[in-house]
Design a protein around this ligand. Structure first.
Ligand code: PLP
Length: 417
């Protein structure tokens, strides 16, 4: 399974990690780690050699910074089949989603979304209830899958927007975004796709998805630094700014320009982050999405083959690794998900995430609303050896849980360890 490539890349990353915390990092759905050396080099070069304020002054350093931001726009646009002036840089995917939601929705509007959404969608929609925006949350199956037809049925005359993640951050389930885009276009409803878990792994072509907005994290599979993300806004889509302030343009006026992108990017941009993100996107393009996808699919397939059907292990999400991104969600019967993650961290040096993953309705769909679950999420730099070490650690813990269960009566229902 491409171990040679792993080794080469692994070596490069090991060099980089000297002196760092020595863990098996399997929390890439939260943020990817490590980053390619080209990303950290670009950030360092930016910060040590020329980082000034882009678009504010005309001196050479400011011009160089503005050029770096523009080049990053071109990279981001190229990745998703958009134009550079359709890309708004944000702090993260949450910032991007909030612009699309708060910048469009008005009292009386109705929104259709799904049970698999992250709180960065659900919380803004919940906050907007107070001024009369209503939301329908469409049911998903126990493996997180969604029928596009149920999205169609949930639409009403006043539905202004459909919001759907491209892939669940809990189970990795890939959602039918192209079919949903089709429905939205047919009904003339705006379509906001959340590409946080998809960009850098799956095709994120805004034309084939017919997306009006695509919100993206820069710091996950796009390999950029934290503090980066972007929002694609289709040309001509009506949206208002949600943050007002300096843009470097029309400085003589107190009126916020509503032009995309600068009107949506008030305040000084994160130039080191954006420069790093551009390198991350270049890394993704150079490696190729099919290669990245294959690598993650193989790792998850391997992990599943070691854990699925084993005594005491309950796994969630679609069975086939091609139906999900690089996530394996599970629980050890009788053990709280946080306890499992804590043992993996403290005793085995393995970093995973446990609990509810900021997606409360997703847990209702998969039946883990009382327990949450443990999430293993792989990245481009994980190796097969790391996966088998993690699987063995989990099997060890499951065995201990089984022994404890036999000596102390533990209620399955409450998942208490
Ligand atoms: C599906 C999904 N949407 C949105 C977000 C928010 O992304 P960010 O952390 O970049 O704001 C996440 C983060 O994990 C996510 O998984």
């Amino acid at each position: 399974m491409g171990e040679e490539t792993d080794d080469v890349k692994g070596k490069e990353m090991t060099e980089q990690r000297k002196g760092g915390i020595n863990m098996i990092y399997l929390d890439n759905a939260a943020t990817s780690f490590p980053k390619p050396a080209s990303v950290t080099d670009a950030v360092t070069e930016c910060m040590t050699e020329w980082c000034a304020n882009p678009g504010r002054s005309g001196h050479e350093m400011a011009m160089k910074s503005a050029e770096a931001v523009y080049r990053a726009r071109i990279e981001a646009a190229g990745l998703i089949g958009a134009g550079p002036d359709e890309i708004v840089f944000t702090q993260n995917c949450t910032g991007a989603l909030n612009i699309a939601l708060h910048g469009v929705l008005r009292p009386g509007d109705h929104v259709v979304t799904t049970m698999m959404e992250h709180n960065s969608v659900l919380r803004p929609l919940n906050a907007m209830r107070r001024y009369g925006v209503k939301t329908t949350v469409v049911r998903c199956g126990p493996d997180g899958r969604l029928s596009a037809e149920s999205v169609r049925r949930a639409c009403r005359d006043n539905t202004r927007m459909i919001v759907c993640t491209m892939a669940s951050n809990v189970t990795g389930t890939v959602m039918p975004t192209e079919e949903i885009g089709e429905i939205a276009a047919e009904k003339r409803i705006l379509f906001l796709a959340d590409g946080s878990q998809a960009a850098g792994v799956l095709e994120t072509d805004v034309e084939s998805m017919k997306a009006d907005f695509l919100a993206v994290s820069g710091h996950k599979s796009l390999m950029g630094p934290q503090g980066t993300g972007f929002l694609y806004i289709r040309h001509g889509t009506p949206v208002f700014s949600v943050t007002e302030g300096g843009t470097g343009s029309e400085s003589e006026s107190i009126v916020q320009p509503q032009t995309v992108p600068e009107g949506m990017e008030a305040g000084t941009l994160n130039v080191p982050g954006i420069t790093g993100l551009a390198e991350g996107i270049r890394f993704v393009k150079k490696t190729g999405l099919p290669e990245i996808r294959k690598k993650e699919e193989n790792l998850i397939g391997y992990l599943s083959s070691m854990l699925e059907g084993r005594k005491n292990i309950i796994s969630y999400g679609p069975e086939k690794s091609e139906q999900k991104v690089g996530i394996f969600a599970f629980n050890i019967r009788g053990m709280n998900s946080e306890t499992t993650a804590e043992i993996l961290d403290r005793q085995y040096g393995i970093a995973v995430r446990a609990g509810f993953h900021c997606a409360p309705f997703a847990h209702r769909a998969i039946g883990t609303q009382n327990s949450g679950c443990v999430r293993i999420s792989v990245g481009m730099f994980n190796t097969e050896k790391e996966i088998s070490d993690a699987a063995e650690a989990i099997l060890d813990i499951a065995e201990i849980a089984e022994k404890r269960k036999n000596s102390v009566k533990i209620s399955d229902k409450n998942m208490v360890y």
